[in-house]
Design a protein around this ligand. Structure first.
Ligand code: ATP
Length: 517
């Protein structure tokens, strides 16, 4: 684990050093949990968005796009439940003045019991070797049973306070924190305030105050923009159920504890698709979308063992099925995407609050109904983090040196081809530029002439460029160049005329999409 945390720190500094991610407003000492994407980061991010957009909108005849405004009528957030219920329970430690999410403190305590159990099992496995019967050990070891009982009792209490009548039982939550003797990791004390509810939406005002300005919320999710446009899109696009609407856009949440780099930000980007279906078919569609989304993730080639579903036992009142796609980050398996069967909750709520009829007329059955919705919702930034963490590698080379390389899927890499003249003279730079001028219409190329070739290779490895080409004296004679592959470092002589054919197909987004067939 220590090693994994180390890797995470290295990834964060690599992102800054190579122009992927900078802290926002850095010259003013930054702004909590807000980040900017640099020259390479924006390319990688755009490629991730393209991969998602093309999968949704190009590959599905019945999915169309949308780009709705961030500002929306404030009643939307009343109807969606966000004004009343988009809260986190927070608690402060009076000594360190640090603020925590009370639910997270309790969940971490549950995880501590689980950790203890796993450690006991691991110790026993070592002691007993091949003859170890894990199931029996878990069922009979006094220590394991004791920890398991504590864990289960805590889980039960936690579920009770979270699902109390009339909302979360805040006093009950504090009592758990006191009873479990949970301490602040900074001050080490148990000097806690009461637990309070904190709404995560940012507010601003529209119009001048004198004219009676109204409170506007920065959207905490893009989904509501889709719901309120359901009728517009369905009618103007003559969409037949089942159909989907996809949108990519910024979302804002005033997260209490924003940690782990771009994993939890206050301004982030979502890629959401709402799929409208006939009531009664939603659980079948939920299953289909679970499979489709997992296939999309796995087509990146990061290995199936790095993904898992986390099905929710506890469902939001409007959902009848929910799961998270989790990816193995350096700090454990974490949610990257949520898939939810949201029933007809959202459309019904908007119908109620707007007094408009929001339904679908089914021409085959000659009836009208409020469609049910399957939602797939993924964070661009979390996806970015998973891609970069998985790709980051410090490779020991045969000559004893180490190279830092990003093994990015070629289609996501910021730069696809770097072209180097061996020297800065004898017409080599001109020839190198000629190659770029021809290829730049097809994929992202970069020209580099500074430093010796080895150093230039390393710089491209560090940003994940899949192909490098070196132009030398022989190039001027026979129009061939040395093509070098990032992952294998293999080099071969190829004709300039063949470059496009070799590279283009491998670096295009469709090359990834084809893995999905
Ligand atoms: P979490 O439990 O981690 O707070 P969530 O369950 O509230 O996430 P959703 O509301 O389902 O998240 O949002 C869908 C997706 O949006 C998440 O899977 C995640 O990828 C992304 N996301 C949500 N909140 C943030 C955030 N603060 N920063 C970055 N991405 C986020």
């Amino acid at each position: 684990m220590a090693q994994q945390e180390d890797i995470f720190k290295k990834v964060v500094s690599h992102c800054k050093e190579y122009g992927f991610v900078f802290p926002s407003s850095e010259i003013y000492d930054g702004l909590g949990a807000v980040y900017d994407y640099g020259q390479n980061g924006v390319e990688l991010k755009n490629n991730i968005k393209q991969y998602w957009w093309q999968y949704m909108v190009l590959l599905h005849e019945n999915i169309v796009g949308l780009d709705s405004a961030i500002f929306m009528h404030p009643t939307i957030w009343k109807a969606s439940g966000h004004v009343d219920a988009f809260n986190d329970p927070l608690i402060d430690n009076r000594d360190s003045k640090k603020r925590y999410r009370a639910d997270v403190l309790i969940e971490e305590q549950i995880a501590k019991y689980e950790d203890k159990i796993e450690k006991e099992v691991a110790k026993a496995r070592k002691r007993f070797g091949d003859s170890f019967d894990e199931a029996q050990y878990r069922a009979t070891s006094a220590r394991v049973l004791e920890e398991q009982a504590k864990r289960d009792a805590l889980e039960k209490r936690y579920q009770e306070v979270m699902n109390a009548e009339g909302g979360i039982d805040l006093e009950g939550m504090k009592q758990i924190i006191l009873d479990e003797e949970i301490v602040c990791p900074i001050s080490g004390t148990r000097n806690w305030t009461d637990v309070r509810q904190f709404n995560l939406m940012f507010k601003t005002e529209m119009g001048a105050a004198a004219e009676g300005a109204s409170t506007i919320y920065l959207r905490p999710e893009t989904a509501q923009g889709i719901f309120v446009n359901y009728l517009n899109v369905q009618k103007t696009g003559r969409m037949k159920i089942p159909f989907g609407i996809a949108q990519i856009g910024k979302a804002f949440r005033n997260e209490i504890v924003a940690r782990q780099f771009i994993f939890r930000m206050r301004e982030f980007e979502q890629m959401e698709m709402q799929f409208f279906v006939k009531p009664g078919t939603e659980l079948e569609w939920f299953k289909t979308w679970k499979e489709r989304r997992m296939a999309w993730h796995q087509a990146l080639g990061f290995g199936a063992e790095n993904y898992r579903f986390h099905d929710h036992d506890k469902l939001a009142h409007y959902a009848n099925a929910a799961t998270d796609v989790e990816f193995r980050m350096p700090f454990g398996f974490k949610e990257v995407e949520g898939i939810h069967s949201r029933t007809n909750f959202d459309l019904s709520q908007h119908a109620k609050y707007s007094s408009k009829k929001i339904e679908y007329f089914d021409p085959e059955e000659n009836t009208s109904y409020t469609p049910y919705v399957i939602e797939t919702s993924i964070g661009v930034d979390r996806m970015f983090l998973s891609v970069i963490c998985h790709s980051y590698d410090e490779e020991k080379l045969e000559d004893g040196q180490t190279r830092t390389v990003l093994h990015l899927p070629a289609a996501l890499a910021p730069v696809k081809l770097a072209v180097f003249p061996l020297t800065k003279k004898d017409g080599l730079p001109e020839k190198a530029r000629e190659i770029i001028d021809d290829l730049k219409f097809h994929f992202n190329c970069k020209y580099e002439e500074k430093d010796q070739i080895g150093k230039r290779y390393r710089r491209q490895d560090a940003i994940g460029t899949p192909f490098c080409v070196t132009v030398d004296a022989q190039t001027l004679e026979d129009n061939t160049v040395t093509l070098r592959y990032r992952d294998t470092m293999e080099q071969k002589r190829v004709a300039i005329a063949d470059l496009r054919g070799i590279i283009e197909d491998q670096v295009s987004i469709p090359s990834l999409l084809k893995n999905l067939k």
